[in-house]
Design a protein around this ligand. Structure first.
Ligand code: AVI
Length: 325
């Protein structure tokens, strides 16, 4: 099909040092143990994340969706015709609000979704083609880093890189800086960066969002171990770990862990790795930082991504920033 191109990005020899799994070895042999949040998103994990987005406690998706619904038209008018690049596109549900706004103005639609889960990337791209008859999709399966480094010059007058859903919060401050420079490298002067961030708020709203009553977030967290089992011939027993998530008020971040329920030994054959767990020992699987609008605006400005407009909801729970290089 001419309107759809799906490209799988693979690491080239240039990045030998980060060959598959070396970060797993590093994270599981260090104290305290950690794993990278990218390992959440195999096809099953992406499905579970879609379920999280619908949970009553998980206010993030609903709040950002409402902001987009209210201001997508304004965004489209401000940027004019542009190609939409989306990092961590998942089901592309929120992106449809933007596509609708550009379509309403009669603009040509060109969309480059980027996701590590090839399954969800392909199924959502196919559905988009059905629903938007003039849309062109060029899907990239791979990490942000690889995808951003391989973007070709846009065929439209401008480009907007969208990083919504507060995924920025899953990066440590130092990783954020590296990420911002990858974004600026992928943009030309005057092009756009659309960023969605979760904002500071009371602990009694934050903690339930990561400890939902139905246990979907727990299943999402534990699926990381199943993913590692599948990918690296591992024998993690997910019944012997439990989900833990709490708000660290000094760091303004949710910290998500997997806690070993007993003393146990786990093997990942493909990585030639044996890991010992003490009872109660934890693996940090994710941080989810919550931002202050003024601070993030200043930070973006300092990285040459100047916020030209900021939108928020009536509770000031979530922020959407349109930035320009
Ligand atoms: C993708 N990311 C922004 C989610 C978050 O809220 O940090 C991932 C997530 N982890 C647990 N629930 C959702």
């Amino acid at each position: 099909e001419e309107r759809l191109q799906i490209q799988r990005l693979v690491e080239t020899t240039r990045i030998v040092a980060s060959s598959a799994g070396s970060d797993v070895v590093k994270g599981l042999t260090q104290t305290p143990k950690f794993l990278l949040p990218a390992y959440f998103y195999d096809d099953r994990g992406s499905e579970l994340f879609e379920q999280i987005c619908e949970l009553p406690e998980y206010y993030l998706t609903r709040t950002e969706t409402a902001i987009l619904q209210q201001y997508a038209g304004e965004i489209a008018k401000m940027t004019g015709v542009c190609e939409l690049v989306e990092l961590g596109s998942g089901s592309s549900t929120k992106t449809r609000i933007l596509l609708d706004a550009y379509q309403k103005l009669g603009y040509p639609l060109r969309y480059l979704p980027i996701d590590v889960s090839a399954g969800i990337l392909e199924s959502s791209a196919r559905q988009l083609l059905v629903d938007y008859p003039s849309l062109q999709v060029h899907a990239l399966a791979g990490t942000y880093e690889l995808a951003l480094a391989q973007l070709l010059p846009t065929q439209l007058p401008s480009r907007m890189i969208c990083f919504i859903g507060s995924t920025l919060g899953n990066l440590k401050p130092q990783e954020c800086d590296v990420f911002f420079s990858q974004v600026t490298d992928a943009l030309q002067v005057n092009e756009y960066f659309l960023l969605g961030v979760d904002l500071h708020k009371p602990k009694d709203i934050l903690e339930p969002a990561y400890n939902d009553r139905q246990g979907v977030t727990a299943a999402f967290n534990l699926n990381m171990l199943d993913h590692l089992n599948r990918r690296f011939e591992g024998n993690f027993d997910t019944t012997q770990f439990e989900h833990r998530a709490f708000y660290n008020e000094t760091e303004h971040q949710i910290e998500m862990h997997l806690r070993s329920l007993r003393s146990q030994i786990v093997q990942l054959k493909a990585l030639n790795l044996t890991v010992n767990f003490a009872p109660g020992e934890t693996i940090l699987t994710e941080i989810s930082r919550k931002f202050d609008l003024n601070t993030i605006q200043q930070q973006l400005t300092a990285r040459n991504l100047v916020p030209i407009q900021t939108w928020t909801d009536s509770n000031q729970w979530f922020g959407l920033l349109l930035c320009q290089l």
